[in-house]
Ligand binder design. Sequence first.
Ligand code: HOZ
Length: 427
Amino acid sequence: MDHSRSSDLFARAQRVIPGGVNSPVRAFKSVGIDPVFYERAKGSRVWDADGNEYMDFVASWGPMILGHAPDVVLDAVREQLERGTSYGAPTEIEVRAAEAVCEAVPSVETVRMVSSGTEATMSAIRLARGYTGREKFIKFDGNYHGHSDALLVAAGSGLLTLGIPGTPGVTSGAAQDTIVLPYNDLDAVDAALDAEGDKVAAIIVEPVAGNMGVVPPAEGFLAGLRDLCDVHGVVLIFDEVITGFRIARGGAQERYGVMPDLTTLGKIIGAGFPVGAFGGKREIMSRLAPVGPVYQAGTLSGNPIAMVAGLALMAELAKPGVYDELERKGARLESGLRAAAESAGANAFLTRVGAMACMFFTGQQVTDWATASTSDTDLYARYFRGMLDRGIMLAPSQYEATFVGMAHSDADIDALTSAAHEVLSGL
Ligand code: HOZ
């Protein structure tokens, strides 16, 4: 496959953009090739700058659950474009978007729109601190909650991919209030809260970890967190930036039946436009300005283009049978990949929740970052390159998810699994 134009663009990009990319994982560093520059996308397909076509299982890191550029979203955006692109003023559109989120996500009574998942998690932590009057919070090793200072401690995703242990620029002051514990380890949470529960404002957790590969919650983990938060007066925050509207319409909280106090959502509720949101119990949310004293703001928050796109997508996801179909496609992907790995004799551990999955190149059962990090990332890089050569676009990192969506046909999924069989057999 010819990637010469992508490589030329990468060389040009590096002269004017740090590392040639606007987000580090895109640089393809851990898979040992120059990044592929995209030109267009439709349905389950993306095309690169050299004209190569790929079946896309990255889906803009999740939100393209209907596929790329779905007509319902394009129509809504086109119509809104004529009416204006940004007002910095309230609209009926954002009221409808908030109503749609509150109706779908069980624990969310009121919601504030922002422009990214990073903003959502950062604001949720601030709100929890303002609400409780406490400063510390607990996060889990390998969970990623965006790149605000206090949340970048032991963060997953790009830092794991690039092997960056922490990051300069985060002050010890910002980091000292972050307590990092192993994912799925309820005893560790219990002990930490016993020791200093009266100082802890919040526990923030990816209810299904999606930024160290996909790591499902252990039986009882989420319910256990809920109980411990109740005992210690701690705000429980589910970071559903990936899982919201993906593993169920109401996210992980619907799927596992555990209700957080606050929920953060991301780009999926903007159909891939720059959107995030945080919401939850009215009592907590009403501490936000202008009702309460906790300040949070943004000119682009509730942007009308992003909101109409999100509304169109959320309306599609509300139709009967969508999540059954996503589950079926996810199961087909899982069973195909499992069969491919087994028949190729690959040392692999597969995880899946709904329409998100991960094949870890390790013989260990993966339950947290300690076990996820036993994966052979060089092997993943070879697998990734082999799949790319066969027209299958996967995430350029072992520690990200493979996403299926409504636009993937059974033939697309089978093409992925038979390519996987071929590649794994040759590794
Ligand atoms: N870890 C991010 C999504 N899971 C990758 C996206 C990015 O950082 O650009």
